[in-house]
Design a protein around this ligand. Structure first.
Ligand code: LMR
Length: 337
């Protein structure tokens, strides 16, 4: 009877269960994790660590299949795939949740973190920011459970124009992730913005359909975006973080010990991700410098402060109705500390 219940649950959760002898050998369950970046990046590495831990600790009863580089699902269809159960786990950047859980855009606020080390404290589960992420009612309603937050790092501005001041962006066209916060950020800088999937960015830059984009070093380098951008301003002006989510019916279809294995795999992958993310981004920056395709523009403290003042607190307050005034108030109080 127990086996029947498990079987029905897993099938309803989207074919997560398979029998011995099927693809994947003797594993009882398959957990597909799809993402859009290269395996070499902080997210790619965290996904591989998750795979390793879950397979080892489940004694092979769960087979984890990681699909990088939008191979299985891309930005445009991955959340649909998760909800239908075609894929069991994802780690989209916070901005990708805009239409289904707009409060997650809190992580996209410009100049939110002065350094990546601040993130665990500011976004811990017992803060308003943490609750907007980990106890998000809109995700819960869609049977999506948040397991962890993975980091990439801070974003840099790449462009074919030299950017030092906000005015340098007037009229330029930037690719953005689909986020109201990011649209407001570029509007405050007098620039235009176009939402595009991550997999489309390189080609759009190469063909001159857009003038620039924003991403951490690891994404710029692994997609070779620097080879089609004349300048990268080391602006550290925003954060790219990932919300590791699972299809809840799938998770609950697993026996309790395996549910715990998945949660432990998430915890361990997040710990590992924090250990490696900064180094991966530093190495990517060095690769770009060594490639000599792109001029790296450094900002003086005064220039960076001016760029920050052009969007904080203006864009934060503009987004308070979407993100929650309580969250914005907490963040503004943090800055005064
Ligand atoms: C993006 O620009 O779409 C990304 O930051 C993608 C990602 O998952 O890192």
């Amino acid at each position: 009877m127990g086996a029947v219940v498990v079987l029905v649950g897993a099938v309803l959760a989207g074919c997560g269960l398979r029998g011995a002898g099927q693809e994947g050998g003797s594993s009882s369950y398959t957990l597909r994790l799809s993402h859009v970046v290269s395996p070499s990046t902080p997210k790619g590495q965290a996904a591989l660590r998750f795979e390793q831990v879950v397979e080892e600790r489940s004694g092979g009863r769960i087979a984890v299949e990681v699909y990088p580089n939008s191979e299985l699902f891309g930005d445009e269809d991955e959340l649909q795939g998760l909800q239908s159960g075609a894929v069991q786990a994802l780690a989209p950047a916070s901005a990708k949740f805009t239409t289904i859980a707009p409060r997650l855009q809190v992580l996209d606020l410009p100049f939110l973190f002065r350094q990546v080390d601040d993130i665990p404290r500011v976004a811990s589960r017992d803060t308003p920011v943490g609750r907007a992420i980990f106890a998000n009612p809109e995700l819960a309603r869609r049977d999506i459970e948040v397991l962890e937050l993975w980091d990439n790092g801070l974003k840099q501005l790449s462009s074919n124009n030299r950017i030092v001041r906000a005015e340098d962006m007037t009229g330029l066209r930037f690719r953005i992730q689909p986020s109201d916060v990011l649209r407001a950020q570029f509007a405050a800088w007098g620039a235009q913005s176009t939402p595009l999937s991550f997999s489309e960015v390189y080609t759009a830059l190469q063909q001159g359909l857009i003038d620039g984009q924003e991403n951490p070093w690891s994404n710029i380098e692994s997609q070779k975006m620097h080879t089609v951008q004349r300048f990268i301003t080391e602006s550290d002006h925003g954060y790219v973080g990932y919300v590791l989510v699972v299809n809840r019916p799938f998770l609950e279809s697993l026996p309790p010990d395996l549910q715990q294995v998945v949660r432990d795999g998430a915890t361990e992958s997040a710990r590992f991700n924090r250990e490696v993310a900064a180094r991966i981004n530093e190495e990517a920056e060095q690769e770009i410098v060594a490639a000599r395709t792109t001029e790296i523009v450094q900002l003086s403290p005064a220039e960076r402060a001016a760029l920050e003042a052009s969007v904080v607190p203006g864009v934060w307050q503009e987004m308070a109705p979407v993100i929650g005034q309580d969250v914005i108030d907490q963040l503004l109080a943090e800055r005064r500390r």
